[in-house]
Design a protein around this ligand. Structure first.
Ligand code: SAH
Length: 283
């Protein structure tokens, strides 16, 4: 079938990668899967052999094909539409067998990776509840690197902190462009996100979100400089204060945004957040 560029269609054709995805998803008899963008159904077929799968596909022509191919399977339910616009829970009201999928397994369209992640995880201020047990996705290699980045590396950015706050992110395996037909311009990777039971929570999630964006606003500058206006008071004094605080948190006063672990970001926002509250009547 001809692929449509606007829907980011690239069919996965590597058995090896499909095996790795299935192994990572580790489906057991009580699991129910949500798949976004089943395409020709190569992954869907494997998933439906194990557990009930609800798949959301935007392309009507593909839906016709999928219904022909898999429509009679008990384990397969197809929802036609745009995942980003769809209330999946509502669509499942009349299908008890498929309700409340607890795992996501998908080779998604790369052009809407960010919005899909937000839909699947929520954001710092409002994490999705109940959370998925795991989310196994094929994404663009560069996105996989940013999601799984370690502090102190170039790939570690505001996006990393925001997603790693919400979920543990693991790289499962690299995937080459030639593993798809037609091959995309970029290499890819399978990743798995496991939303956290929150061991450490930001006292003011919105403030953490704001602070992270501010901190990474100018990556070459020291963090104390980027954050000097985040709290009330004299910027010069604030720089010293923040430098001191960074040392106390086990980092150092000259640290840059990418040097802090997610846990240090949370502590920093909790402490500076109190400052902000104390200082806010004057500002
Ligand atoms: N999972 C298949 C296809 C991946 S290509 C495979 O591995 O071979 C991405 C798929 O997502 C395509 O089928 C495309 O039509 C679908 N898609 C694109 N945008 C979508 C959207 N907003 N909602 C649901 N599906 C979408």
């Amino acid at each position: 079938m001809k692929t449509k560029k606007q829907f980011g269609q690239h069919w996965l054709r590597s058995e090896r990668v499909l095996d790795r995805i299935m192994a990572a998803a580790a489906l057991g008899e009580n699991d129910r899967v949500l798949e976004i963008g089943p395409g020709m159904g190569v992954l869907t077929t494997r998933l439906a052999r194990k557990v009930p799968v609800v798949a959301v596909e935007i392309d009507r022509d593909l839906c016709t094909h999928l219904v022909k191919k898999m429509g009679s399977l008990d384990n397969f339910l197809l929802l036609q539409g745009d995942f980003l616009q769809m209330d999946v829970a509502e669509q499942l009201t009349n299908f008890p067998r498929f309700q409340q999928p607890n795992k996501v397994v998908a080779n998604i369209p790369y052009n809407i990776t960010g919005p899909i992640l937000e839909q699947l995880l929520g954001d710092i201020a409002a994490p999705l509840a109940p959370a998925f047990a795991s989310i196994t996705l094929l994404v663009q290699k560069e996105v996989a690197e940013r999601l799984t980045a370690k502090p102190g590396t170039k790939a570690f950015g505001a996006f990393t902190v925001r997603i790693q706050y919400l979920a543990e992110c693991e790289l499962i395996c690299p995937v080459l462009a030639k593993d798809f037909s037609p091959p995309p311009k970029v290499d890819s990777a399978v990743i798995q996100l496991r939303p956290r039971p929150f061991a450490q929570v930001a006292a003011q999630p919105l403030w953490l979100d704001k602070l992270v964006r501010m901190g990474f606003s100018s990556r070459r500058k020291m963090l104390r400089k980027n954050l000097q206006s985040s709290i009330a008071g004299n910027p010069d004094e604030n720089r010293d204060k923040i430098g001191c605080l960074l040392t106390k948190l086990g980092s150092n006063s000259e640290a840059r945004a990418e040097d802090l672990t997610v846990s240090q970001w949370i502590e920093l926002s909790n402490i500076l957040g109190q400052e902000e509250i104390c200082a806010s009547p004057e500002t």
